[in-house]
Design a protein around this ligand. Sequence first.
Ligand SMILES: Nc1nc2c(ncn2[C@@H]2O[C@H](COP(=O)(O)OP(=O)(O)O)[C@@H](O)[C@H]2O)c(=O)[nH]1
Ligand SMILES: [Mg+2]
Length: 330
Amino acid sequence: MRLPLPDVDTFCDGILSGNRMILSRAITLMESTSATHQELGQHVLERCVPYTGKSIRVGISGVPGVGKSTFIEAVGLYVASLGHHVAVLAIDPRSEKTRGSILGDKTRMEALSNHPRAFIRPTSSGGALGGVAPKTREVMLLCEAAGFDVVFVETVGVGQSETQVASMVDFFLLLMLAGAGDELQGIKRGIMELADGVVINKADGSNKVAAEAARVSYKRALHLFRENESGWSPKVKTCSALESTGIAEVWDMILAHHECVEKNGWLALKRTEQSAFWLHQIVENALKNHFYHHPAIRETFPEYEQAVKEGKTVPGVAANALLRRYREAP
Ligand SMILES: Nc1nc2c(ncn2[C@@H]2O[C@H](COP(=O)(O)OP(=O)(O)O)[C@@H](O)[C@H]2O)c(=O)[nH]1
Ligand SMILES: [Mg+2]
């Protein structure tokens, strides 16, 4: 049975009073493939925006298997025990095709998902123009309006989702492993540079010594990377997400960063720039989608692509011809 769709007022009142069922429905609305639902979702978001911005936003990144979900559960339970309201969101580029991968994560965060002050939600783009990351950011704002004062955003993908997460959070945390061969573990230097904190996970059992050694070497590497405009120098910690050790220290680091950048005005500046970034991002994605989905382009793109591959024309000429078609199409 389908419940009738509430109106904007009902959605907003529900969200602002912390009603999770309404919050969930609003998120579903924003992720919907229906244009009407998306539009209603945007109205709800717009009305909620004045009540957002009061959370500590933390992005968690790292290669698959490093322990992101386990870590978020440990730190989430810890901050919830301090009285915070914790929202956990995930950016999973793969979920645009299959929504299966993330469900495993949710079951892994079993204790946290049953906690009365926690809310766990993977985001899907629902085919919206612009991909999944802008949606995750919007969901984060709704969660803030609903009273969540700590938000964790987990990336599941590798590559560009890291930059996108870093562009929606205050603190970007990179989880690493000790002794996994190559020191950078497939994480590009550019990603290391985004990190406000690096945490060597799985510092337990026989791995403790190696974790400490890795901490020292990452600390050295981070110093090489950057002079911080934010006034914060990135820190390196070790923890065991599985045994819940070192978790309080990681949270203290996040709090210290928050205090530092709130005081010196960097946080406000960063968030302003992030909003502008997302404006560009959403417009660019929407234009790109509109172009590629346009019937006039869909029909002829393969021919042009083939011609370019066969060397019959050059990319610039083909692109110009396609763009002309696009502009002149009814
Ligand atoms: N020994 C140990 N294992 C861990 C730790 N954290 C996570 N794991 C294990 O590593 C595997 C991957 O963890 P998961 O949280 O799913 O990683 P994700 O892919 O980064 O989200 C699981 O089997 C976890 O139990 C830790 O601190 N110590
Ligand atoms: Mg995970």
